[in-house]
Design a protein around this ligand. Structure first.
Ligand code: FEC
Length: 311
């Protein structure tokens, strides 16, 4: 008897494949409005500073999708899982992934986003686009909305914090401020009963509890360049404030909202935050990204399987 075959739409932010694709990518993020020459230049410079000829998010997403397929099929013997990529702002787009599943003859699928926390403005928009395309093509698809308190995810993040604490000297260790960070969003989500902020606080608190941390806080990073207010204060301002008002000299950043090495980690933290920390004389370290950590792959595998089994 042939096995039940289930498609898994693994959705991620997407990144350009080359420097000359940055304009089209940025235009897509801006919902079809091309950036000004100044905005484009500024983004190109950020990529130039990190990429050195390649775009890390693409390779990391490719690897995560392959590792998830392998993990799912190792854990489940009566179902064959086939993973497809669906990117938000680059090719293969979310709609392409859905279309490919249907072309390959699949009739049922589960969607999961490579971001643990739900917001209507992030995961919600991925799911909506996939749902629309699936309805159009007659594919039955269900979605994982969030997995921010999955024990294996918490274990992976906690052990990263623990390992990174070892990078501080014995005299510094007791005075390290751990700051959990995530991508800021427009502040209007606060009026929409959106779970994003609460879920981020829950993940932060759960890691702090596991490790018995008392010296920790949350910080926002990577706010967009738009006229509307974003959730803040921004991490750069937070570093200035805690240094000035509390004399904090040691900071460990743990970007819980991101699961991969990409622009927002490699530039916004590793270059921008580091510059600010150096200027202030703060010893700054950051936790390694999850990328294909087996515990993260197991987390995704568990939530996809659980979604499939849910009535
Ligand atoms: O490495 C890479 O090439 C891509 C890195 C990247 C990730 C990422 C994740 C999130 N974003 C989220 C929200 C927004 C909102 C806007 C916005 C704009 C940008 C721009 C770039 C960019 N984002 Fe992003 N984001 C990444 C990159 N993001 C580049 C455009 C320049 C800029 O503003 O810096 C504002 C859009 C608008 O103008 O309307 C909102 C959220 C996440 C985390 C969840 C997820 O991965 O989906 C939320 C990675």
């Amino acid at each position: 008897m042939s096995k039940r075959k289930v498609g898994v739409l693994v959705m991620s932010y997407g990144t350009p494949e080359s420097m000359d694709q940055i304009e089209a990518y940025y235009t897509h993020i801006r919902r079809g409005h091309p950036p000004t020459a100044e905005q484009l230049n500024e983004l190109k410079q950020r990529y130039e500073a990190i990429v050195g000829g390649f775009f890390p998010l693409r390779k990391n997403t490719d690897r995560q999708v392959a590792a998830l397929q392998e993990t799912l099929n190792r854990n489940q013997t009566d179902i064959e899982f086939v993973c497809y990529q669906g990117l938000k702002h680059a090719s293969p787009f979310i709609e392409d992934g859905v279309e490919q599943m249907v072309k390959d003859g699949l009739t049922e699928a589960v969607g999961v986003v490579l971001a643990p926390h739900y917001s209507t403005m992030s995961v919600g928009t991925y799911n909506k686009r996939a749902q629309q395309k699936a309805e159009e093509l007659g594919l039955s698809i269900r979605f994982v909305n969030s997995y921010h308190l999955h024990p294996k995810l918490l274990e992976a993040l906690s052990s990263r914090v623990e390992n990174t604490l070892q990078k501080f000297g014995d005299a510094e260790k007791d005075e390290v401020r751990v700051i959990f960070t995530a991508h800021s969003l427009p502040a209007k989500i606060l009026e929409l009963n959106d779970p994003y902020v609460d879920q981020l606080m829950e993940t932060s608190r759960a890691i702090a509890d596991r490790l018995g941390l008392t010296n920790w806080q949350f910080g926002w990073q990577s706010a967009g360049q738009t006229a509307m207010p974003w959730l803040g204060p921004d991490i750069l301002e937070t570093l200035e404030t805690i240094h000035k008002e509390e004399n904090v000299k040691n900071v460990l950043l743990c970007p819980i909202g991101f699961v991969s090495d990409h622009l927002e980690v490699l530039y916004d933290i590793d270059i921008e935050c580091r510059q600010t920390a150096d200027k202030l004389g703060i010893h700054l370290e950051r936790t390694e990204s999850l990328n294909t950590d087996p515990l993260y792959m197991e987390t995704l595998s568990d939530v996809v399987t659980a979604e499939l089994e849910r009535n």
